[in-house]
Design a protein around this ligand. Sequence first.
Ligand code: PLP
Length: 426
Amino acid sequence: MNNAQLNELKQRFVANGAASPATQFADRAENALIWDADGNRIIDFAGGIGVLNIGHRHPKVVEAVKAQLDKVMHTCQTVMPYEGYVKVAEKLSQVTPVRGHAKVMLANSGAEALENAVKIARAATGKNNVICFDGGYHGRTFMTMAMNGKVAPYASDFGTMPGNVFRAPYPVPYHGVSEDEAIRGLKMAIKTDANPRDTAAIVLEPVLGEGGFYPAPASFLKAIREICDEHGMLMIVDEVQSGFGRTGKLFAIEHSGVEPDIITMAKSMADGMPISAVVGTDKVMDASGPNSLGGTYTGNPLSCAATLAVLEVFEEEKILEKSMALGDKLAKRFAQWQSDFDCVDNARNMGAMAALDLVSDKAKHTPDADLAAALCKKAREKGLILLSCGLYGNTIRFLMPVTIEDEILEEGLDIVEAALTELVGS
Ligand code: PLP
């Protein structure tokens, strides 16, 4: 079927809240390229929204999933365990920087990992509430929507979970929240609302993802570790978007040397197969009762096989070094754009987790969300998938595979530049 026929089906049968506004349907994909149902070639700078750090259909992952298909596709882990689950648990325990010996539970999505992490923290501390941050994003389940600090388009009228979510400021110096102010804001929230006697955990992204790719300073992360220790709260680090090599380390928190109690991960873990994990210190992870974690599909054999293959690819192909090198290339191009275009303001990257802000007035840093939307639209017309995000919707984020070939990278960046020139002049 072609794009037009598929769009007609979408309109008739897919619920509005689930239907993509995009009109090109993916037909096949390879590394940083996708071909749509009409045969158009498209460069993917979104990487399935951070899922494809090692590219679409990495051959080693495809091979591992095919081999697993020939053995066993499904057995509910609680009824009949299988090798892949325990091997993934062993590997993640070895590579995840939590405090002390780590244990693991697997789930299917990022939001599900967060749901389980909070469930575990509640069981381990006997307390209910959590503290989350302005600009944070953790998913679209009831609990994670209540935790999100990024407003439109994720605002929830659905009510909150049992227990309370308290909010604290995230350090975004560029938007007037210094690191010291953020720490003071957190301490104030603890003093006034989020009584530590009732609060199980502080949950944060070490690099704000949907909120605009702002890395938290190491000293802010260290302060949170100390505050958690002082008040008997757990530190939960959400690495669903920043994890699995995007920042040049397997996990972004490693840049700070801070060891949290729990890390959640998903997205690039299995090169597109659905899986997520909660990894935490053994005492914490073992706190909830028997059969309290998991579900029918959690850690399914195909996704486990893919995860093991991804971890091998990381070692064999030096993915972390590639991530740093890609970040450097992007930073150079951003610097050129900053001097060429009045509308390109702050640019930042931690490894290949890279973004820049578009503004209507550089001196005042006035966010221009309309320009960001127009740029993504124009890029798409020219054969490039580009995404915006951010506290003000004016951030352009770059999530192409770190395995992208140089000439495709350049072609994609040239499209961004040409689209910007058409929109604002040079
Ligand atoms: N946490 C973070 C930091 C995310 O960026 C996301 C998704 O973008 C999620 C959680 C939710 O993950 P999922 O969409 O797989 O539920």
